[in-house]
Design a protein around this ligand. Structure first.
Ligand code: AMO
Length: 439
């Protein structure tokens, strides 16, 4: 028996109901989290987006009609309650709502596929299948409220620093991050791809706006199934004209410190629910050269040939040596980096590239960019890429390309690191990997 909302509108969120409002009437909406029937009295815990309020029913004081309706209610029903606020030192937060009238607005089937109170623990796989119920668990909700805070802090920090927010295309004609990991799509009579990053668009845009950023979804057709890779992820991208890698690394570390301090200020309750003690890292973050990291790894028994990328087991080892630490790895061999990264003028085997790490996880990468057409063409050749595919970008070199630098930061990975979650899927609402396309 589902009712209409009619002219009922919320007067208070749960958090606004206090003992000071004793005797006042209120309309609240939400989901029934818990029901405790003690015989003469029944307690309902109603949850809305701000918290919980206790609805207390003294059966002998309630009309038969209301009692009948109350008897239909089960956990996770969406309901509205019109009632009188009552101060009661024994109730949670010293206040409860005594119902006069209720509306059942949405029913829930039982048994539920997942216990949204989290009292019956479930594996991540099961949780992701019933994700919307899982998101009602206090821990899941806390993760996404913190994620919202971080995104908000990043955006306002960058805007305050004079960066312009842009939106680049998701449907593109050529790879910017290496051909292997592209999703192909049919685009009318031709073939197109889902963008892996905004790289070559943000680089063009600095010739107009000088300082740009984008927060958006990007796609990688990687088949690897790991705890830190998804096929769809959110990247925070930044690009700036007339600066070098060191300048944008500074922006990045300051932005992270700002976001962490905002979370500490605004989301104490959520951090407590997650049992996370966030520390504000000191800046500047440490900078290690690729060579220094190789030496450190060798000492720890992990030999990497110079010129190779760092393997996952080696990263794992690094994580143990850099506990609780954000750090940069700089001066990467050019051949390990994409074609748009600038080789050093005096030593082209090395590049102006950096990665930001947290323990063993790469959070971001970036660098100074190739700003000369001849060098760009050479880099394409080195990486066996066809210059015709990049004509749209090569043209920009003929319109006044300044020196520039930038980075891309995986938002999901940053949240994972800050909240010490083991699996990236925990911090993404509806993660996409090879095996997860639904929900
Ligand atoms: P890169 O390919 O290193 O660089 O990506 C930047 C950051 O994005 C995140 N990331 C991912 N997160 C989850 N799942 C994935 N499959 C995934 N792939 C990448 C990581 C990574 O550090 N254009 C450059 C950036 C730049 O130079 O501006 C780029 O895309 O946190």
């Amino acid at each position: 028996m589902i009712e209409e909302l009619g002219d009922w509108r919320r007067t208070h969120y749960s958090k606004d109901i206090s003992s000071k409002l004793d005797g006042k009437e209120a309309i609240v909406f939400g989901w029934i989290e818990d029901i405790r029937d003690l015989g003469k009295i029944t307690f309902y815990t109603l949850r809305d987006k701000e918290g919980v309020i206790q609805i207390t029913v003294h059966k002998k004081n309630v009309s038969k009609k209301l009692l009948e309706k109350l008897s239909l209610i089960k956990r996770q029903y969406a309901i509205g309650v019109k009632g009188i606020i009552k101060a009661n030192p024994e109730a949670p937060k010293g206040v409860e709502l005594i119902p006069l009238e209720i509306k059942i607005l949405g029913e829930a089937i039982h048994p539920l596929p997942l216990d949204p109170t989290g009292r019956t623990p479930a594996e991540l796989d099961t949780r992701l299948k019933a994700r919307i119920l899982d998101l009602r668990r206090p821990e899941s909700r806390a993760i996404f409220l913190i994620r919202h805070e971080v995104t908000n802090a990043i955006r306002s920090f960058l805007i305050k620093k004079g960066y312009i927010e842009v939106h680049t295309p998701r449907i593109i004609s050529a790879a910017a991050e290496g051909g292997a990991a592209l999703f192909k799509i049919n685009y009318f009579d031709s073939q197109a791809y889902l963008a892996q990053s905004p790289e070559l668009y943000k680089e063009q845009l600095i010739t107009v706006f000088e300082k740009v950023f984008e927060i958006g979804t990007f796609f990688r057709a990687e088949e690897t199934h790991t705890r830190r890779h998804l096929n769809e992820f959110i990247s925070v991208d930044l690009e700036e004209a007339f600066v070098t890698m060191n300048d944008v690394m500074k922006v990045q570390e300051e932005m992270i410190v700002y976001a962490i301090s905002k979370v500490k200020e605004e989301r104490k309750e959520e951090l407590e629910i997650l049992g996370v003690n966030l520390e504000i890292p000191k800046i500047p973050f440490k900078r290690y050269t690729y060579d220094e990291i190789l030496k450190e790894l060798e000492k720890a028994g992990e030999k990497i040939e110079w010129g190779n990328d760092i393997s996952t087991p080696a990263y794992r080892k690094l994580g143990k040596l850099h506990l609780n630490e954000f750090y940069f790895i700089i001066d990467w061999p050019s051949k390990t980096r994409p074609f748009y990264i600038k080789p050093k003028e005096d030593n082209p085997g090395l590049s102006y590239a950096f990665d930001l790490m947290y323990e063993w996880i790469e959070i971001a990468s970036g660098g100074s960019r190739v700003d000369k057409k001849t060098v760009f063409l050479e880099r394409l050749k080195e990486q066996n890429l066809n210059p015709n595919s990049f004509k749209f970008y090569l043209d920009v070199f003929d319109y006044g390309m300044p020196p520039h630098a930038g980075w891309g930061l995986g938002l999901d990975r940053l949240i994972m690191a800050l909240l010490k979650r083991e699996n990236i899927r925990e911090v993404v609402l509806f993660p996409r990997d090879r095996f997860l396309l639904v929900p």
